[in-house]
Every structure is written in C-alpha cells, then in structure tokens.
Design a binder for this molecule. Structure first.
Ligand SMILES: Nc1ncnc2c1ncn2[C@@H]1O[C@H](COP(=O)(O)OP(=O)(O)OP(=O)(O)O)[C@@H](O)[C@H]1O
Length: 292
C-alpha cells in the first residue's frame, strides 16, 4: 500500500471520529490498550494457557466436565469434537463470558483469568474470533484496522489521535498478511465472506494478542480462501498461540502438517489428544464423531 492511501485512510477515520463526537459528547468508553491491574502475564515456563479441571453445569447438565487443556507459547492447536462437546463453552470460560463452577484457568503462570472481566481478558492479550464475521461494514478496510489499534478509543482521543509511522507500518503489514493489501479503501461491507473473516482476524492482530481463539474460521469459505487461511495461520504460529475450533478435517490436516497435536472433546472432557492420524484411527473418536 502507498503512503498516500494510508494518509487517505487516516483522514477518513478522522472524519468518522468527528461524526462520533457530534453524536456522543458523553466521553464514551475505551476498550483497548488499558493496563489490567498492573498484571503482566509470565510466560517463563513456555505455557500460554492452562485450563485445569474446569466444570460448567447448566441446570445440572455438565457442559464441561473436569476439562484439562494446556497450550504452549506459540503453539497452534486444533480442537475438534461433535456438536455439543463443549468447545464453545470452553472458549467462553477462557474469555470470561462463562464462569466455571470449579477448576482454574490461567494465562501464563501467574494470571488467574477467572478473576478478570471479559474486557480485561481481551486487554491482557487474548483475542477471540467468533464464527460470524463482525466488521464495521460502513468503514474501509484501513479504518477497521485503525479502529482496532491499541489506543484510547474515546471519540475525543480518536479525533486528536494521529497515527505514528510505526502504526501506519503495522496497518500496512497486517493488510498484506491478511491478503487485503490492495483493498485498503474498499468498504468492508463489499468484501467477500472470506475477506471479512480475514479482516476481523487482522483487527485482532492489531491488538497484538498473545493467544488467539478462532471458532470455525473457514466455515463458508471457498477452497481457495480456506487454503489461504491455513497459510495465514501457519505464518502466525510461533508469534502467537492459536486455538482453532474446526469441523473441517482437511483444514485441520493442513494446519497440523502431520506433526501437531489435535485435541478431541466429547461430553465436556478430552476424549483423545495426539496427531490427527492417531485420533482419526481412535475407535472411540470414530464412534462419537468422525464416523458419523
Ligand atoms: N447457556 C446454556 N444453557 C444451557 N445449556 C447450554 C448452554 N450453553 C451450552 N449449553 C449446552 O452445553 C453443551 C455444550 O455446548 P457447546 O455450545 O459448548 O458445544 P460445542 O462443542 O461448541 O457445539 P457446536 O459444535 O455445535 O458449536 C450442549 O449440550 C449445549 O446445549
């Protein structure tokens, strides 16, 4: 992307910020970039996330039943399992949407996620992508990415906020990464389904999360888009930990490259964990999931 295009994007955003100020003079609320109780996650042991023995009951029904999961720093982990296995509930517990009845969830070795609110968990470095894309349809690709920057998003702050060279570079870098380098000024609402998904992933990346939770990211994508999404995730591996919930076994195969661990959930617990080829050969996994 050219500097002119970036400048045009920045100007367009300022216009939106001005409009926001006219609509909302209350000061609004900032959601990005604030310190979280002075806490900095300690990843010294090489572990990004510990889910330890969590149970979640809904009216006596155990959606999660003593679930354990450990994700290393920089790891790309695929989670599979039949409908109702507890995958969404597990993500809800990590992101603070649901509180487990028992067990612990830690980020690094020192941050107890169960003591933080949803927005604090996002701020401390855990990004979540839901299945449906949620981008600002009226704004351009550039503006969506700028809005997601770690900064004070109150309208007044937005109005006076000028992008630094480093921020412009980062937006350019992310646009290239998500294959939207040529679409900076395109209105997000006009993008294809796959492109919207990439844009939302780009918005998460602007906040530089340590851990990304991705729920069925390739559902509804074309084969080519799925292929490109696999390439994108593989390029993020190492710099971020990624937890990908997916039903598409071809995509899981692409992501795991025959060497990474896959976790199979069933009835709220881990049914099997290992290489995709091993879990595919596991009789119980075939019985409850793959054989259906
Ligand atoms: N708020 C709720 N109240 C009651 N039951 C719930 C609630 N949320 C989830 N459940 C139940 O908990 C179980 C686990 O649901 P969850 O959505 O976590 O599964 P999943 O593995 O994500 O399924 P899918 O692949 O269909 O998205 C299901 O039986 C579901 O009906």
């Amino acid at each position: 992307m050219t500097p002119e295009l970036m400048e045009a994007g920045a100007e367009a955003l300022t216009r939106h910020a001005e409009a926001d100020v006219q609509k909302d003079s209350s000061g609004g609320s900032a959601s990005f970039g604030r310190p979280v109780h002075g806490l900095t996650p300690d990843f010294g042991t090489g572990v990004a996330l510990y889910v330890d023995d969590i149970t979640v009951s809904f009216d006596g029904f155990k959606a999660l039943n003593k679930l354990n999961l450990m994700i290393k720093v920089g790891e790309l982990r695929c989670i599979i399992g039949p409908n109702g296995a507890g995958k969404t509930t597990m993500m809800d517990c990590i992101t603070g949407k649901t509180r487990p009845d028992s067990g612990t969830v830690s980020f690094g070795q020192n941050v107890d996620l169960l003591r933080l609110r949803e927005n604090e968990i996002a701020e401390i470095g855990i990004g979540r992508k839901f299945q449906k894309p949620t981008v600002f349809e009226q704004l351009s690709v550039f503006e969506n990415l700028e809005l997601a920057l770690k900064a004070d998003r109150r309208p007044r702050a937005s109005l006076w906020h000028r992008l630094t060279g480093a921020q412009l570079d980062r937006i350019g870098e992310v646009m290239t990464l998500i294959h939207l380098g040529q679409q900076a000024q395109r209105q997000a609402g006009l993008l294809s389904h796959g492109q919207k998904q990439w844009l939302e992933i780009g918005m998460l990346l602007m906040q530089d999360p340590k851990l990304l939770l991705l729920d069925e990211p390739v559902a509804g994508m074309t084969d080519e888009e799925t292929e490109r999404t696999a390439e994108l995730f593989l390029s993020l591996e190492g710099q971020h930990s990624l937890v990908v919930v997916e039903h598409d076994m071809h995509f899981v195969d692409q992501l795991t490259e025959g060497k990474k661990t896959v976790t199979v959930l069933h009835e709220g617990s881990v049914l099997a964990e290992g290489l995709l080829s091993d879990v595919q050969a596991n009789e119980r996994v075939v019985e409850v999931y793959l054989g259906r």
